[in-house]
Design a protein around this ligand. Structure first.
Ligand SMILES: [Zn+2]
Length: 66
């Protein structure tokens, strides 16, 4: 992943800077509390695809919900 490319990316909602979470493969907007996924090395800069940071993480053991 090209770090310089990441620095050019801004949040599509608030146009603010994003923080690259290398472990989660997400781009974080702390202002909106949204995490944009990076899929196959391509940042998905869509609000509809973003994960709300306030929402609880999906429980990996919750097999019954599916
Ligand atoms: Zn934002």
């Amino acid at each position: 992943m090209d770090t310089r490319l990441m620095e050019l990316l801004v949040c599509p909602v608030c146009k603010g800077p994003l923080e690259h979470d290398r472990d989660a493969h997400e781009l974080i907007c702390k202002a909106d509390r949204l995490a944009y996924p990076i899929r196959e090395g391509i940042p998905v800069m869509l609000e509809s695809e973003a994960r709300p940071l306030d929402a609880p993480a999906p429980a990996p053991t919750d097999a019954g919900a599916a």
